[in-house]
Design a protein around this ligand. Structure first.
Ligand SMILES: C[S@@+](CC[C@H](N)C(=O)[O-])C[C@H]1O[C@@H](n2cnc3c(N)ncnc32)[C@H](O)[C@@H]1O
Length: 224
């Protein structure tokens, strides 16, 4: 079902302009954009410091980064989300909290190389990315080879991808891809909430929903 456009979307987006670094896609062909278009961000100018930068891809309503940014004031955060309706909620929540260390990119993850300098990201969070189990949809999975090639380039040495999902199939697929791309798995559980990692975990909006259905959550961290 298609989501209805939010009321007063444009004036509300405008009101969040200070938080929004980029909006839209540089051109219709995302592959061409990723290869050729460059408008790289200068994070020291954006945040006014040289603290490490972590990024969530597919931030949804932003609950995860809202909590993590408050826990880690010495880290900068980028929230990437393709859907304008959704990122607006995240930005309005963030504006209400007044945290200085979070900025938003309303772009498809395919175009991350257009804006993010190579080697500039210390951690990438993939929280409950859509599993897209159908065979023809593999390219759109956020852990498919084309995205892992992008993440590997954006991550600093020793940086990592932190993934959570309720889909066992998507999880096994992702682990295979990390290995194929030379990432080392430094943490892995197929039942996060009954593991030692549960204590530090921040429950996202989708995670809360899956937990209420009694579903186990898989988690892995893959290091470059
Ligand atoms: C299932 S939701 C999870 C939201 C949130 N991370 C959570 O755990 O509650 C996945 C989100 O990823 C976004 N998304 C999917 N593909 C994307 C892409 N290629 N680039 C950026 N965002 C994407 C969707 O719009 C959606 O908001």
């Amino acid at each position: 079902m298609r989501m209805r456009r939010k009321r007063n979307l444009e004036p509300r987006m405008e009101a969040c302009r200070g938080l929004l670094l980029v909006r839209g896609r540089p051109c219709l062909n995302l592959k061409e954009a990723a290869e050729n278009y460059r408008a790289l961000l200068d994070f020291s100018a954006v945040f006014g410091n040289t603290n490490p930068v972590k990024m969530e891809v597919g931030c949804g309503n932003g609950g995860f980064l809202l909590e993590l940014a408050a826990r880690e004031p010495q880290t900068n955060f980028l929230a990437v989300e393709v859907c304008t309706n959704v990122i607006l909620t995240a930005m309005e929540r963030m504006r209400g909290r007044g945290l200085p260390n979070v900025r938003f990119l309303n772009i498809p993850a395919e175009t991350l190389p257009c804006y993010i300098p190579s080697g500039s990201i210390s951690e990438i969070f993939l929280n409950f990315s859509t599993p897209l189990p159908a065979k023809g949809c593999e390219k759109q999975r956020l852990t498919s080879p084309r995205f892992l090639a992008i993440y590997r380039d954006l991550l600093a040495e020793g940086g990592g991808i932190y993934q959570k999902t309720d889909s066992a199939e998507f999880f096994e697929y992702s682990l295979e891809q990390y290995e194929a791309f030379g990432f080392r798995i430094s943490a892995c559980t197929r039942d996060l909430h009954h593991s030692p990692y549960a204590e530090e975990n921040i429950i996202t909006e989708y995670e809360a929903n899956f937990l209420s259905q009694g579903k186990p959550i898989c988690m892995a961290r893959a290091v470059k």
